[in-house]
Design a protein around this ligand. Structure first.
Ligand code: PMP
Length: 417
């Protein structure tokens, strides 16, 4: 994780109080208590700059993109394509054509499964995932396997939540066509060694899809340095709006892929006899896109750039270290996911108390955490629990938030004494 700490941006330069001011929602009181928002892994809050960029689009620029000749259509197209250019830069992709706008990570994974997967996989081929995948990087592969007769294989993790690389390596065989893994786990916070996984997969001719939903708000992602073939992300987890996400795909792969959905904007020409498809990324963006969403995502990228991902990461690591130490000292509390170099996601169970009860009691204290299986039921089974409580951090999280969580947990334990 040390690579995340920039030499010239020390955590001391990061003023969390100032960062919080950029998020109007955080000033609220809930049941008369200051809001303590510890659910950023589910969705992050939105800074004023993102909200304003979207309303400015509707107030001044709204028109349908790509096909219009009038002034507003031109302006909307420019703004939409500028957002794509920002994403390209954000991920350090080589070309803007490698950036496909989708609804979110879920759609990105489904797109790859139903286009690349369906055209490349045959009965007996294999898709390899890990034991810590979110359902959205699991169910689409199961569906593909049902459709093609391919087989889903799962690389295990150890007791602290680290991916077993030795097992992953062993499981990549001659029939493995695709390895699909999360960059960061939404339950454990584990940061997976993507570059190494890509090396192992590519050495055996398998492509790699990375589910980056939980990585992009916390660390700088460089798809060329990672060497991955596909990278999926959701705008709403990185301070952007809901309903917009990105599929990065290497150009050669996208160009060879059949379309995902048919409709307007994804064609070159249509006749009843034959339709010619547009080149990527348009080929994969059928219909009127989420223009305001893309513009909001572009504004979120600007916001992250202004704060500095390295500075955010350093700050979050400080809060995480504080939280891990403090939570470990709570009697009866078991932290699930304690891998080295993890990101700010804290899953835990309290002996004898259901996570939903924890969440409900904390809510009355103004504290928002998530409870349940976090769309990772097989991972819950791996740790022998039905559900966990999960506190997750964002750029605005503070040690005061953690202190409030600790006080809330003390209250929970008091009530269940
Ligand atoms: N993957 C991971 C690791 C996630 O945390 C999530 C969201 N919880 C998703 C995928 C799905 O993202 P979305 O619902 O935005 O499509």
């Amino acid at each position: 994780m040390s690579a995340l700490h920039s030499e010239h941006l020390t955590p001391a330069a990061y003023e969390v109080a100032r960062v919080r001011q950029a998020f109007p929602i955080l000033a609220q009181r809930i049941y008369g208590k200051p809001l303590v928002y510890l659910d950023s892994a589910a969705t992050s809050q939105k800074p004023q700059a993102v909200i304003e960029a979207m309303s400015r689009f509707f107030l001044e620029e709204n028109a349908n993109v790509h096909r219009g000749v009038h002034y507003l259509a031109e302006r909307a197209t420019q703004a939409y394509e500028q957002a794509r250019a920002k994403v390209r830069h954000f991920l350090n992709a080589e070309q803007a054509e490698e950036i496909v706008f989708v609804r979110g990570t879920t759609e990105a994974v489904n797109l790859v499964a139903q286009t690349y997967g369906k055209s490349q996989l045959q009965a007996g081929d294999e898709v390899l995932i890990s034991a810590m995948e979110h359902h959205s990087n699991l169910v689409p592969w199961q569906m593909l396997c049902e459709q093609t007769g391919a087989r889903l294989r799962v690389a295990p993790i150890d007791d602290v939540g680290t991916l077993r690389l030795d097992e992953l390596e062993r499981l990549i065989g001659p029939r493995t066509k695709l390895v699909a893994v999360s960059h960061v786990s939404n339950v454990l916070g584990t940061l997976n060694p993507i570059r190494r996984i890509v090396e192992l997969a590519h050495a055996r001719g398998a492509a790699v899809l990375v589910d980056g939903a939980q990585a992009v708000p916390h660390l700088r992602v460089d798809v060329r340095a990672l060497g991955c073939d596909f990278y999926a992300l959701s705008g709403h987890k990185m301070y952007g709006p809901t309903g917009i996400g990105v599929l990065y795909g290497r150009r050669e792969l996208l160009e060879a892929m059949p379309p995902y959905q048919g409709g307007g904007d994804m064609i070159l020409s249509v006749s009843f006899a034959k339709t010619l498809y547009a080149k990527p990324p348009q080929r994969f963006e059928a219909g009127t896109p989420n223009m305001a969403g893309a513009i909001g995502l572009g504004a979120a990228i600007d916001f992250l750039g202004e704060l500095g991902l390295e500075a955010i990461a350093a700050h979050e690591q400080d809060v995480l270290a504080y939280a891990q130490q403090a939570l470990a000292a709570v009697p009866g509390l078991r932290l699930i996911g304690t891998a080295q170099g993890k990101v700010g996601v804290l899953s835990f169970v309290l002996e004898g108390i259901h996570p939903h009860d924890i969440g409900t009691i904390l809510d009355r204290e103004g504290i928002a955490i998530r409870t349940g299986h976090h769309c990772a039921q097989p991972l819950m089974q791996r740790f022998g629990v039905a559900a966990t409580a999960r506190a997750s951090l964002g750029c605005y999280s503070s040690v005061q938030d953690i202190d409030a969580l600790l006080a809330g947990l003390a209250r929970v334990r008091e009530l269940f004494k």
